[in-house]
Design a protein around this ligand. Structure first.
Ligand SMILES: [Zn+2]
Length: 162
């Protein structure tokens, strides 16, 4: 622990990790680690979608990417990230365009990636879930839009089944 640690909050999510660049560095490190660690890998979709919805300036530029991450976050939490449904979300945009993007939220959740930084202990997955749930809660006003998209994904998946 160094006293020189940069605690500047990220302007997008508020994590005290050294501004926007420091926050991104942590996300990139978690993403790299997820490839090598089953515990991390099992919840990494949640990490990606929670992070995206706390940084929609970059990860939700288009309505399509915005709603993809929002819907995926809902799927991750409400459907335990059921893989088949999760991967059915992106293809829906090929036939059903997204609605207009809502104005970006200012409050994006009381927890941030700072909660899951560091070593992946046995409670890593639980901490990721807590963080993701806080982000999802912040987006309560847009749950209906996510559920709508999830319903489309569900139909699409059922229809695609042989
Ligand atoms: Zn951030």
């Amino acid at each position: 622990m160094s006293s020189a640690v940069d605690r500047t909050p990220c302007p997008a999510c508020g994590a005290p990790l050294g501004g926007r660049a420091g926050c991104q560095r942590v996300f990139d490190q978690l993403s790299a680690a997820a490839w090598q660690d089953l515990t991390r890998g099992s919840v990494h979709n949640l990490v990606v979608d929670a992070y995206a919805m706390q940084h929609p300036e970059e990860y939700g530029k288009s309505a399509k990417s915005y709603f993809q991450h929002l819907t995926a976050l809902g799927c991750g939490l409400e459907h335990h990230g059921e893989a088949q449904l999760y991967w059915s979300i992106a293809p829906t945009f090929e036939h059903t365009p997204p609605p207009p993007k809502p104005p970006l939220l200012v409050e994006r959740g009381s927890l941030t990636i700072a909660l899951v930084v560091g070593e992946a202990g046995s409670d890593y997955a639980a901490r990721v879930r807590d963080w993701a749930a806080a982000v999802w809660l912040a987006y309560a006003s847009q749950h209906a839009l996510a559920h709508e998209r999830l319903a489309i994904a569900h139909r699409h998946r059922s229809g695609a089944r042989r």
